[in-house]
Structures are given as C-alpha cells and as structure tokens.
Design a protein around this ligand. Structure first.
Ligand code: GLC
Length: 556
C-alpha cells in the first residue's frame, strides 16, 4: 500500500492554476502582473497550495493570451520583467509554493524569430521548422482540415508560395517535431526554465506534435465541409518516441513534475503516458469534461448526460492510475466554463455546488488542480453581447453555430454557457474598486457582477463560504494520510445523485459522500458504520441521508 512518505512532493500537494492576466495587478494597468502573484503567495499557501501553474507569460502578441509565444526566454512586458519572475520563483520556493511553467511547444507565434525566418524561403536554416505544404493544383489548401479555432487549418504564405499548418489560430503555426533541431531547441528552452528552479511544467496541446505520415482529406463533419484537425492528427503513433526523448533530457534527475495536456488520449491509454513506462508524471485527459459538455467540443451540439456517465469515466481514470502513474484531478481550467455550471444539471445555490464538487476535487486520489476563483465558487458570467468576449475561440464558435443553423440568440446563449472567458474574468479580492484586482480605471476583461459577495475578503470572514470550505479540506488532507495516499474504491456506482467513494489508507479510512443533486438523497448508513463525521458542508449530518447538495467526509 502506498504511504504518504513514499510520495513525491507534487503528489501530496494541491496545485493551483493562475491565469496571470486576471490574477492581481500591481501596475494599475488593468491586467495582472508577475509581481502580483508574488504579492499573493501567502494567500496561496493558506489554501495548502504547493504548486502554481502559470499560463504562458512569455513575450507574445497575445492573440491567444500568451499561447502564441514569440520568445520563450523573455517575459512579456505587460507582466513585468525576468527579474520579477526570478523573484517569484525564489520567494515561492521559500514559502513552499513552486512555480510551474506552461510550455507551448506544438506551435509558436507567427512573430517568433524561427517562423519569421522559415517563411522567407524554402531553403533557409529554418525552412523545415514548421509544417509547409504545396497548394493543390487548383490553389486550394492541401487538406480539408478545420483548425480547432475554426476555419481551415492551413494558411497561405505569399512569400514562400506554400501553405503552413496551424492546429489552432493562423497566428499559431505548428512546429515540425520531425526535425531534430526543433526538438533540441525546445529541450534547451525547458532546461533554461528548469535551471531557474521551477517545480515543473504543464505541457500544452501535446497530443498534436506528431503529424501523420500522409496528409489526406477526412469526411466532412460539419456544414462547412471540413474535417476536424483533431481527428486527423491527435495522438498519432510515434508521438511517444518524441516525448521519451524530451523526458530523458528534461525530467530525469530533477525533482520536478511534468503534466501534459492531452486531449485525445483516452483513460485506458494512460498507462503508456504516465508512470513506469510513461513520459509524464500526470496527464490532463478530458474524458470527464467531455462526458458533461458537448460532442467533439462543438458546443452547439451539446450532449445529454447523467451523473453515472461522469462517475464511470472518473472511475476508469482512477483505476488506470491506481498502481501506475498519478492522476491530476480537475473540474476547471482556463479553457472550461465554471464547474458550478458545467457539472450540474440541477438548480440550487452556487456556493453549495462549489462546496459539494470541491469536496470531490480535494478527496479523489491524485493531485487536485484548482482554477483561480474556483475556491470562491464562481459561476459563469452573464455576457450580454459578442463584443464583451475576448477569447478568439468564442468568436469562432459563435460563427460556427450560425453556419450550423443556430439563431444569433442561440449562438450567444451557447457562448454564455461554454465560453472559455467564463474562467478568465479577474480574481475578486475584495468588494472595492475592480474587486481589488486593479487600481486602473478599466480592466482588460469585465469583473463578474457578483464581486460584492464573492471575494476573498468576504469569504475569509464567512465560515460557510466555499473558500473556508476549501481551507478546511486542505487542512484535512494535511492531517489524514488516507486522503492523499489511500486507495480509491467507488461506492454507489449506479446512483444518479450521490458521488461516493472510500479512501483506504494504512490504519485509517475515509468515506466521501457528495450529493450532486438538489433533492434529498439516501445512502446505506452501513457505509460509514463505526466512522465519525470529519467535515460536512451543512454542519452536523445524519448517517444515511444527505440534504440537497450536501457533502460529508467520514473517517475511521
Ligand atoms: C491549449 C490551451 C489553450 C490554448 C491552446 C493553444 O489547449 O489550454 O488555452 O488556446 O492550447 O495553445
């Protein structure tokens, strides 16, 4: 049986995702800074957070908010300087909050010096650093692939008289990992950051780095006649060879972790990706977010789902990392709507939903990843028009919905429900100007209307707030070994209201029961026989029954 002392630091901690533009602004400019993260390290430590994944803050034209990197060795001036970053890493390490950098290695910005060279001719030193192909005889793009952000995945380059592939936006050309010089350059960048003392890396969009040997059209999957690039290129055989090389050159011999973003890897493939024979320490796979949202991430084709659908895929991921590898638990990130909306099909208070799902997040087996604001119980914002959104994907999803025959009102409603901007509104620190996020007159993205109630200061003072609940559960994880190292056994797998499981440790066990519905629910009191209530969202609890959206943790 696994013991807490045998686990690595990153398996025992809580990780927290920071969207730096929206975290805390120390420059009165309306968007967040690196110094703003340093200023809030104590807040993060108070949540039991030992690792902060910061989404890209490198020099970038910010077409995709930093996921279009111009220079991987510079901090974007809007966030501050490299000295600010060095200070954050050093102070974070002192306080036990390690920085995790986001490596965007499937593509660069078109402004990256490598691409600027590559586009000039077919025979310069960087000519083969990206994916270039000739036009078809009629001048059209080499294949009918649709980029993830909509429109063709190919963009024409006048200078080179060729098309280049972009899995995401046209300003994000895909790198050619087949070229060993590209792989070497990326490894050097990762080591540049590892040498600075960061605690790990989140590796972006990694399943797209290997392209198929032949580029061929796929059957049209939408009214636009195109075929999703994801279906054509994700998780292509041979990808793991690249990643083994990367792991050996960057990870081996260091006390850091690698977590890959792996859309397209199924729960039952986890064994090839993590653990003994794997390439990463953890993998963000999306079987559970897909179980609740929409077909192929096209939100205008939402799916119907039941709690058992969600529980089934989570149980599978737990089983597949039970003896090999480790699981990063997440219900939110900067690409997902807020979990209080996304994972519930019922009415009821947002704060109760945040606490009930937060209980699952902090007690499943694995390392929990909390998205900034999740601990406060954010809901989606109400967006009144397309103009209010910043995210380029939201705009293209709106257009796509129209091509699929939706009305403008339906398209806007879909964006409200699914837009990535829901996760990106500024952090709410207090009920003052701009929710304490910034001293500027305007902020880069609107503040959520609910900030007077939902903010760090107010919730710290309220023992029943989501924030206080997160702190209690973080303290419980620190005390109870089974919640960190214990095994996972699902209980009541067929129940459509209650998510229940048992964590068995070496001399202690815990049973977690979360009613994710807004109706009272019953369970067999024998499941908690001989155990005592450790924590409950609604105070005292009665064994055998749960109030709407109530969550409890019993322990022996
Ligand atoms: C990942 C990021 C997302 C970004 C995309 C392109 O999915 O999480 O925010 O837009 O990659 O880099």
């Amino acid at each position: 049986m696994t013991k807490r002392q045998d686990l690595a630091w990153w398996q025992k901690t809580i990780a927290y995702e920071i969207y730096p533009k929206s975290f805390y602004d120390t420059a009165a400019q309306g968007s967040g800074t690196i110094a703003g993260i340093t200023a809030k390290l104590d807040y993060l430590a108070s949540l039991g957070v030992g690792a902060i994944w910061i989404t890209p803050c490198y020099k970038s034209p910010m077409v995709d908010n930093g996921y279009d990197v111009q220079d991987y060795r510079q901090i974007d001036p809007s966030f501050g300087t490299m000295a600010d970053m060095d200070e954050l890493i050093a102070k974070g390490n002192e306080k036990g909050v390690r920085v995790v950098m986001d490596l965007v290695f499937n593509h660069t910005s078109e402004q990256c010096a490598w691409f600027q060279e590559s586009r000039k001719s077919r025979d310069n030193d960087y000519a083969d650093w990206y994916i270039w192909r000739d036009a078809r005889p009629d001048g059209s793009a080499p294949t009918n692939w649709r980029s993830i952000f909509g429109g063709s995945a190919w963009a024409w380059c006048e200078e080179r008289q060729q098309y280049y592939l972009h899995t995401f936006a046209p300003q994000q050309p895909d790198l050619n990992w087949e070229n060993p010089d590209v792989r070497r350059a990326l490894i050097d960048i990762a080591n540049f950051w590892a040498d600075k003392g960061v605690g790990g890396f989140r590796i972006d969009a990694i399943t797209y780095i290997k392209k198929p040997a032949e580029f061929v059209d796929g059957p049209a999957d939408g009214e636009d006649g195109m075929y999703a690039v994801h279906a054509a290129t994700a998780n292509t055989p041979g990808i793991l060879d690249f990643l083994h090389e990367f792991k050996a050159a960057v990870r081996d011999g260091r006390d850091i972790f690698l977590v890959g973003e792996a859309n397209g890897v199924a729960a039952d493939e986890l064994g090839d990706w993590v653990g003994e024979r794997g390439v990463f320490d953890m993998l963000f796979e999306f079987s559970h977010t897909k179980a609740v949202s929409c077909e192929d991430e096209v939100w205008c084709r939402p799916i119907q789902w039941k709690l058992t659908d969600l529980k089934r895929v989570l149980a599978e991921s737990q089983a597949n990392t039970a003896d090999n590898g480790w699981y990063p638990i997440f219900f939110e990130n900067h690409d997902q709507p807020r979990s209080t909306v996304n994972f519930f099909r019922c009415e009821g208070s947002t704060a109760d939903k945040a606490k009930a799902l937060g209980t699952v997040l902090l007690t499943l087996r694995g390392t929990p990843f909390v998205m900034q604001g999740q601990e406060l119980g954010y809901a989606n914002r109400v967006w009144k028009s397309l103009d209010e959104f910043d995210d380029l994907q939201t705009r293209s999803q709106y257009e796509f919905a129209l091509t699929e025959g939706r009305t403008e009102a339906e398209a806007l409603a879909g964006c409200n429900r699914f837009s990535r901007d829901n996760a990106r509104t500024p952090m709410q620190w207090n009920d003052g100007k701009n929710a304490g996020f910034s001293e500027a007159d305007t902020t880069w993205m609107p503040i959520h209307d609910n900030y007077a109630q939902i903010n760090v200061e107010a919730e710290s003072a309220d023992p029943n707030s989501p924030l206080s609940w997160y702190r209690r559960l973080a303290a419980l994880r620190a005390e109870r070994d089974e919640l960190v190292a214990g095994s996972f056994e699902e209980l009541m797998a067929e129940d459509e209201q209650v998510y229940a499981f048992r964590r068995q440790g070496e001399g202690s066990a815990a049973v977690v029961l979360a009613n994710l519905s807004d109706e009272p629910a019953a369970y067999d009191a024998a499941l908690v026989a001989g155990m005592k209530l450790l924590v409950g969202t609604h105070g005292e609890a009665e064994a055998g029954s749960l109030r709407p959206l109530e969550a409890v943790v019993y322990g022996s």
